[in-house]
Write a protein of this length. Structure first.
Length: 308
């Protein structure tokens, strides 16, 4: 059994123990009317809690298709834990509710199976699950922060490698030549639904943003001469076109480094200066404009796969 499995079992065991101890202290479900039998019922609830945890793990692995993994980043771990609680809480509530009906209804009429019975159990278990979740989040906070920093560092390393491999020459000299483009000064014309259009060097494109019925195209200012090719040019031009993001995607699909990272944004990965990432959000900081472009949760995994 590897370290990850042992840690998971230990976490589930401690969580279930906490739940049973809380139930033993506050004595819901009419436990106060039982004598020594109350300890038997608590032991049975403990077993049901553990069974529910392992059943939820199987559901996550084989039905939801979210296997346990510590190599997929902090956002994956947090998302999986949240889904675990959303599945496990109603499941363990149902098991306890059934146990109350079949084993604890002799002396307590309120333990009979009913919607009220289930809702009462669900509220109690949901509160305990929330408290347990806060405990583990606080306990592993430093680990999560360290993992976030390491994940961000690796993403930025992969970004630099990708930028280097697509240019084939030092980044300072080319400033972002895209794969799918043979020459640094290859041009493309982006057209709107009316007569407006913009022609630019594809390597100068920073990002495209949807603004109502228009798209905003940000690009570097064109160099005035080849003699200035190695000089830094931070001037940014903005162009407005009446078009949709779908039109822009279709026109730029030949350039793999230009990706849709958000419902309202497409970015040129060759012009990304830095990736900023944490458990709540990911942003792409662009060169020259220094704008922070958000990456939607649905696009994070796709972006990570591209960087890898």
């Amino acid at each position: 059994m590897n370290k990850g499995h042992k840690e998971t079992i230990n976490t589930r065991f401690i969580s279930t123990t906490f739940m049973v101890l809380a139930i033993a202290i506050f004595k819901p479900f009419g436990l106060e009317v039982w004598q020594w039998q109350a300890y038997v019922h608590l032991l049975a609830i403990f077993a049901l809690g553990l069974f529910s945890c392992f059943l939820t793990e199987l559901i996550l692995r084989y039905i939801v298709r979210m296997p346990r993994s510590y190599d997929r980043g902090v956002s994956y771990i947090i998302s999986r834990n949240l889904r675990f609680q959303c599945i496990n809480t109603p499941l363990v509530s149902l098991l306890i509710c059934l146990y109350r009906h079949f084993a604890m209804s002799d002396l307590v009429e309120g333990n009979k199976l009913s919607l009220t019975n289930y809702l009462e159990t669900l509220v109690i278990i949901a509160f305990l699950s929330f408290a347990i979740g806060l405990y583990w989040r606080f306990k592993y906070r430093s680990r999560y922060l360290a993992a976030e920093l390491e994940e961000t560092r690796l993403l930025n390393e992969q970004l630099k490698k990708l930028q280097s491999s697509t240019t084939g020459v030092p980044q300072q000299a080319t400033d972002g030549l895209l794969s799918g483009s043979t020459y640094q000064d290859s041009q493309i014309t982006l057209e709107g639904t009316t007569n407006e259009h913009v022609t630019l060097e594809i390597s100068h494109l920073l990002y495209i943003e949807a603004v109502g019925n228009y798209v905003k195209v940000l690009c570097k200012a064109k160099r005035q001469s080849r003699a200035l090719a190695l000089q830094e040019n931070n001037e940014v031009h903005t162009h407005m076109l009446r078009a949709t993001m779908k039109q822009m995607e279709d026109e730029l699909q030949a350039y793999p480094m230009i990706v849709r990272c958000h419902r309202a944004f497409m970015v040129n990965l060759a012009q990304v200066e830095q990736i900023s990432s944490n458990s709540r959000a990911m942003q792409l900081v662009m060169r020259h404009s220094h704008d922070a472009i958000p990456v939607s949760r649905s696009n994070i995994s796709k972006l990570k796969e591209l960087l890898e």
